[in-house]
Design a protein around this ligand. Structure first.
Ligand SMILES: NC(=O)c1ccc[n+]([C@@H]2O[C@H](COP(=O)([O-])OP(=O)(O)OC[C@H]3O[C@@H](n4cnc5c(N)ncnc54)[C@H](O)[C@@H]3O)[C@@H](O)[C@H]2O)c1
Length: 313
């Protein structure tokens, strides 16, 4: 069954890949995006009859009301993403990541629509002794980004027709490329600088390929009633890796890579945890793309394209 789907922030890293797949499946997709970065990630879609684009801001209440009414599913991806960007633009981060979600949810409840919301699992495990996290583990986000997303998730999950995904660190190519994400960043630096400097190399994180994120969202559209009213960790279960293990996997592909460990420096991102993805797996979705395949993909992308590094770890 073809669905009418509204995606805010659809020109971004996750959005542009998700929208492309939904359009190819024949769904009627509307994207609302202020185009903070570029419209290029959507260029290949402008000719499609089932694709509708509105350049606009999620803080514009009238536009949101009109668009919610017309669609069955709402996937609010628009956000200021990442701790550094939110620190630089605190007011905007609160407005976009939190207040606009609050307003959106009021309209969604009135109109009885379905919501799929993505947040980060980055608040898990910070300062905790027990490094094993499932959906019941406390979230203690330390950054403004983390706090706005956790609060917004609470608001979204107050409504029965919502599904929440807490994402592991995403990796892989997208039409809007992000080189600030850990795996993407490590592969980029390994190729271009031929060395990786690691601090707190034992920190363990969970990862997921962007195609698996897209497939999980499509799975949740198809199986909405089975999944609704719950939050799920979403990661690749074979990839709960320390930064050192990840660097060694990259070194296996790029033999010239030198790994240097620095002991007197702290990672600003204090995530260190083992994440369980059993809950979503029991409901029938399991991430598939191996980290090795993602590394192969990224090596090709960064070897042949002119992608630039955005952020350092
Ligand atoms: N990429 C990840 O690793 C990850 C992990 C967990 C959760 N998420 C969540 O997924 C969503 C998408 O993340 P992403 O990685 O694609 O980020 P992104 O920065 O690539 O995309 C965000 C998009 O939102 C748009 N946007 C920003 N402010 C807007 C506004 N006021 N009105 C309309 N559009 C606006 C931007 O133009 C951009 O296209 C975010 O909500 C993020 O918190 C991402």
């Amino acid at each position: 069954m073809k669905k009418k789907i509204l995606i805010t922030g659809g020109a971004g890293y996750i959005g542009s890949k998700l929208v492309t797949k939904l359009i190819n499946l024949g769904h009627e997709v509307t994207v609302l995006d202020v185009l903070k970065f570029s419209s290029k990630p959507l260029n290949h879609l402008f000719g499609k009859k089932n694709f509708h684009f509105i350049k606009g801001d999620v803080r514009q209440k009238k536009i949101i009301e009109k668009l919610v009414k017309k669609n069955e599913f709402i996937i609010p991806l628009a956000a200021l993403v990442g701790a550094p960007l939110c620190e630089k633009n605190k007011k905007e981060a609160n407005e976009v990541n939190l207040y606009s979600i609050n307003h959106l949810m009021k309209i969604i409840k009135k109109k009885n629509k379905k919501v799929i919301y993505l947040t980060t699992n980055s608040g898990y495990g910070v300062g905790a002794k027990n490094k094993y996290c499932d959906e019941k583990s406390p979230l203690n986000p330390i950054s403004l980004y983390g706090r706005t997303k956790v609060q917004a998730e609470k608001i979204v999950m107050n409504y029965k027709n919502s599904i929440g995904f807490r994402l592991a660190t995403v990796f892989g190519y997208s039409y809007r490329m992000r080189t600030d994400l850990l795996v993407n960043n490590f592969v980029y630096k390994s190729l271009h600088e031929k060395k990786l400097t690691l601090f707190e190399p034992h920190f363990r994180r969970n990862y997921i390929h962007i195609d698996d994120v897209v497939d999980a969202i499509i799975y949740s559209i198809k199986n909405f009633n089975i999944l609704k009213s719950e939050v799920y960790n979403l990661g690749l279960s074979s990839a709960n890796l320390t930064k050192y293990m990840l660097a060694k996997k990259i070194q296996k592909k790029l033999k010239f890579l030198k790994i240097r460990i620095v002991h007197n420096k702290k990672d600003p991102d204090q995530r260190d945890y083992y994440v369980s993805n059993k809950k979503i797996e029991k409901k029938g979705f399991k991430a598939q793309v191996l980290i090795e395949n993602g590394i192969d993909e990224l090596i090709k992308v960064f070897s042949y394209s002119d992608e630039k590094i955005i952020n350092n770890y």
